[in-house]
Design a protein around this ligand. Structure first.
Ligand code: DC
Length: 447
């Protein structure tokens, strides 16, 4: 099986290495910091007393250069002449050496195979300057991570200060501008975004925000829809909107729906809507209350009823087999959410009319889909007087704030995390409706 390749390029100080390291940890990828390879060559050239501007001398010294790279617990360990290199490659002086030697084609050629070889064995994320353009033009995901020079200089300044290096912010900015200029104007593999790279500006994002953005890009790519599927989804959205504007007001009127928290529905991007389930018409109540097309998971039996079947199919409902874990439905929901759509799931699985939702059981499939697709979960509480459906009975739809991946407690995924996240969501649904448990806690099922 071929391995996943993620290319992250961009100027120094954009946060590439810290972001990639954390993304690699969370998604279980091997992280390769290619700048460290150039820095190691810089260190070697400095130790050999060679002028890094002297291209011939540098090229002549390369055959004797012995760099080895190995992966240890998802981290790369670089050794120069058999000894692992550490912080000595992180000084300002070595930064300049690295920038100079990296402009020499012979150096770039020497490091090419090192960088490519990892993808033969592992799913990798590489950061550098030419990963998406030269090293892996066929990378599945290409990101160009950047930030304003001021923002980058400020971050690097804080980093250097923390290490006790005595510099001013102005010096760091001047040095960074110089390195940017050298890296982007050199002839050999200059710093440039690949035409198919996604540009991500982190000037106004904090660390978590940058990680979330990178992970969502990766997930959207990993679950990319084929052009035919994307076309179908677009068509379904058009039908959905048609139903929303024709049937929506009728449902709102007869069902006497009162909606609170409509502003909690993100205007764009994927999300999982999780609601308690009382009546068959819950689907319509939610649909009529949320001003964006929704893909509902609906029991497979409904797809056998004539007319209804073609209606829900054309509006993008996803058939769900409830007796066993339905991998197809999970995959379909994940794809849709990862591609910026809203997917509605009733974690209770069945309607629970007349029951206090806090006393019912729920499943964790919705949390699994949220984790895989990298989107938030929006809790929704449906309340009806007496908790039994009657036409003309007042229905309350209370939409809670989206719960981010972090708030859901996702780190590496896994059934324990999904169970905890599902519990958080369900508690939030009950809190929104002021439902309190009256029975001892039920045993929760795994997904
Ligand atoms: O990302 P960094 O600051 O550790 O990189 C050190 C130098 O190496 C930088 O000046 C540009 C160069 N480099 C490169 O030319 N190509 C890469 N893929 C990575 C780094």
């Amino acid at each position: 099986m071929s391995h996943l390749k993620i290319a992250v390029d961009g100027p120094g100080g954009a946060g590439k290495s810290s972001v990639c390291k954390e993304v690699a940890r969370r998604l279980n990828l091997l992280y390769i910091d290619t700048g460290a390879l150039y820095r190691t060559v810089g260190l070697y050239i400095k130790r050999a007393g060679i002028d890094p501007e002297d291209r011939e001398a540098v090229a002549a010294a390369l055959p004797a250069l012995s760099i080895t790279v190995r992966a240890e617990q998802g981290r790369q360990i670089i050794s120069l002449d058999g000894t692992p290199v550490g912080d000595e490659i992180r000084t300002q002086e070595i930064s300049m050496y690295a920038s100079r030697v990296s402009a020499i084609p012979a150096v770039r050629a020497k490091l090419l195979d090192y960088q490519r070889s990892f993808a033969e064995e592992y799913d990798v994320i590489l950061d550098g300057r030419d990963i998406g353009t030269v090293i892996f033009p066929d990378a599945e995901v290409k990101i160009f991570l950047t930030a304003s020079p001021e923002a980058r200089a400020h971050r690097r300044y804080l980093e250097l200060q923390a290490k006790g290096v005595d510099v001013t912010e102005e010096q760091v900015l001047a040095e960074m501008n110089e390195r940017d200029r050298a890296d982007s104007t050199r002839e050999s593999a200059p710093l440039a975004a690949a035409p198919d790279a996604v540009l991500l500006d982190t000037s106004d994002l904090d660390f978590e925000g940058s990680i979330d953005a990178v992970i969502s890009l990766i997930k959207a790519r990993r679950y990319a829809l084929s052009p035919e599927k994307a076309k179908k989804v677009k068509k379904q959205k058009r039908s959905y909107r048609f139903f929303y504007y024709t049937l929506g007001w009728i449902i709102r009127f007869f069902h006497r729906i009162k909606v609170t928290g409509r502003e909690n529905i993100p205007r764009a991007g994927g999300g999982i809507l999780c609601a308690n389930h009382i009546a068959i018409l819950d689907i319509f109540s939610i649909g009529a209350s949320v001003p964006r097309p929704i893909n509902f998971l609906a029991k497979r039996e409904l797809f056998k009823i004539p007319i209804l079947s073609s209606l829900i199919r054309s509006a993008g409902a996803i058939p769900l087999e409830r007796k066993k874990t339905d991998l197809g439905a999970i995959r379909r929901s994940t794809e849709l959410a990862a591609n910026g759509n809203l997917v509605a799931i009733f974690p209770q699985g069945h309607r629970q009319p007349g029951k206090n939702p806090a006393d019912t059981e729920y499943k964790s499939g919705a949390a699994l889909v949220a984790y895989r697709s990298g989107v938030p979960i929006i809790p929704i509480c449906i309340k009806m007087k007496g908790q039994k459906y009657r036409i003309f009975r007042k229905t309350e739809i209370i939409i809670g704030k989206p719960l981010s991946q972090e708030e859901l407690g996702f780190v590496n995924g896994g059934s324990a995390e999904y169970r905890d996240a599902a519990a958080k969501v369900f508690n939030e649904i009950c809190r929104l409706g002021n439902f309190e448990r009256t029975l001892p806690a039920p045993e929760q099922e795994n997904e």
